[in-house]
Ligand binder design. Sequence first.
Ligand code: SER
Length: 889
Amino acid sequence: MTQDNIPRSSEDIRESFLAFFEKYQHRRMPSAPLIPKNDPTLLFTNAGMVPFKDFFLGQRQPPHDRVTSVQKCVRAGGKHNDLEWVGVTPRHHTFFEMLGNFSFGDYFKREAIAFAWEYLTDVVQLSPKRLWITVFETDDEAVDYWRETAGPDVCILRLGEAENFWSMGDTGPCGPCSEVIYDRGERHRCSAETCAIGACDCDRWLEIWNLVFMQYDRDEAGELHPLEQTGIDTGMGLERMASVLQNVASDYDTDLFRPLIAALEKLTGHQYAGTDVRADFAFRVIADHIRACAFLIADGVFPSNEGRGYVLRRILRRAYRFGVELGFEEPFLWQLIDTVVDQLGGIYPELRERQAFMRDILRKEEARFAETLDQGMALLEEVIQKTKANGNTTIGAAEAFILYDTFGFPIDLLEDVAFERGLSVDREGFEEKMAVQRQQARAARGGDGFELDADATARALGDLPETQFAGYDALEDEAEVLALLQKDGRSSRAGAGEDVHVVLDRTPFYAEAGGQVGDSGLLEGSDVTVHIRKAWSLGDGRILHTGEVKDGVLVPGVTVRAQVDAGRRLEIARHHTATHLLHAILREVLGSHVQQAGSLVVEDRLRFDFTHPDPVSPDQQREIERRVNDVILSAHPVHIRQMPREQAVAEGALALFESQYQEHVRVIDIPGVSAELCGGCHVQNTAELGLFKILSESSVGAGLRRLEAVVGWGVIDWLRRREDVLAQMAALMESTPEALPERLEDVLAEKRALSRRVQQLESELGQVQVDALLEDAIEVAGIRVLAAQVEVPDVERLREMADAFRAKLKSAAVILAQSEGEKVILVGAATPDAVSKGIDMGRLVRELGQTLGGGGGGRPDMAQAGGSQPEKLPVLLKKARCKMKARLE
Ligand code: SER
């Protein structure tokens, strides 16, 4: 802390904020990852409230009704997108940190306003004279509370929905808001005559804090539904606050960016804030973008062509392109990772853990892009020239799509460059082409036709309660049928042979989740039997059992005995426990950057996708197998423990984002080996897995690897299949599996000897032909002239044979032809004396080829041609002989 007791460094600001709200009974929460949990409506965590969305909506119970956090945020792509402002203004970023305080049904406007004012004027001691307040135009309450808190003179401005109504995304929690604007002073005003708060977006007016009064849930149709309980969501940008407290005009001059700028200055040899406006712009873009890249990769996003990966790719490429402007000719961004980690690794340990990995991913992606840029730029140049030459000002969708699809040239980059050259791009047409391609990809993936749309299903189920899951231990249970769903929605009966989704009040069936496949089994009532293919969930606690009525008629209201296929479940559990072992051992063998990126657990195999830049080598695979099997064979107990989340994390349990805000979590603990938060099914002792075998290793995208493996009976099956193949091979080779390698070596040696013999015979055969043909050669002026058709296997032999004639006859002009099917090949060879007497094989043979509908050429002493129409050969060869004869006479 500084002498005047005002927090000024970014570190002090973070701490002072959290401590201030802790003083007012807020619980300090860790930053959630940048990838929102199970939320398809959102690309990235774009505000401090995102991890708390369900608490605002009343869908889940918060751990505490007042919390405070410093949340890492990305605003690129999606509703809140600041990408194109980055570098242009001193205050917009793709990645930034948001300080916030939140209330879930606890305090509301009055306290939120009082807290903000106290922090701003007391803790960081901003002059009230510099603070302006904006409120939603009809929010009289907020106006009153501000006056009550800040005094009657406080400057308040009422603004409309665009400025003072905040929503997380197109749907979800929202409400009117009130912003605190810091007036940087006259000195920073822009030149517009109308420059004034609320009317101007220039650098003078800096929004530092937004207080959102959460009151509504917006649905897909855009309608607002009042929330059951109101809430508070505030957000203060750390970078902006730092610029105010450090008394600098731009975020880029704060301690959050200065080290990055300095590192870039060192790498480029250029000075930031020098005389070159364009270079300064590039500095800012790179300093901003590298932080976003680092944090996104650390949270498991990889450069790719869709979704989050594509946004990362765009950011990275944009940074790279600006680097090229600064003179970089090779990947350079990766070298800035260390600076980001030095600065923020203490607060966000994931950065430190994945430091080497981030450098690696960046470097590879940069190198790949450098190539694209080289190739793509040349192509784009052609497209631009052509467009201009045709008198057009718009690059067509077809060209844009080819550049994108075939050469990986990003559309936004294309637009940037086109713009610089005075052209635009037919974006609409391009998007249409993209849509067609996506549609084709979807069609190619197919579907089983009986899958229901999750939203429609949820609507059809109305207010049915959550299904009680009782299947961790028991695999059979009595349950009541609450509802049936068929293709057209709810149904009141399903007869034999019909497909149906069944909802029960309780179930032992595990619904597909966390990569573990859903259970299958039977529902049996007094006179109905239903085969269940799989159980799955809508993600809201209601479980659907999908299958076919085999006998009788199923109606809602009856009681059934729900029975899970126990053998299959055990195999699934084996593979799930094996997945945890594999995860732990991968981190041991490959490093702690290994992070689960996807997993599939079924009854006969497991698939595990994880972050790792290189292929897992055969030696590493062997080592992984050895260690996993060592744990299995040492018969470790598998404990399932319920505990407070904090304890689990303190004990080092691996936690995926899903359980981030659950108070109590389920930990699968294999002491000394693995501890992982997980809701799935497991065995009780590792010995139950039998044996672990890796089946395959492959790549599933940049920086992502996939291992497939098998345990339990699956290994026996696999061994059996291998054994069968071996037995089959042994039978074919008239050998035994043990003796196979030796037998194969013998066979291969025999094959080599035979090939040699065949070659020898072929050349002997050629020789015989040569001898026979020699008799046909006529002598003209001391030169032996020959034109004949021969039988040889390929053109090489034909040349060899022509050469043999030349050598044998000393003075000769020879044309040989070979035909196979419709194809004819001709070779001509002449000795120097024949050439000096006027023989030009190049011409002769070419003409022959042309007559045969082909072509060819060569030198006067050696030439080759090809054609078709073999039936013409005899006559043509005769003519050729006459021609040669005539030349020599
Ligand atoms: N969610 C609000 C914002 O992002 C306040 O945190 O502005």
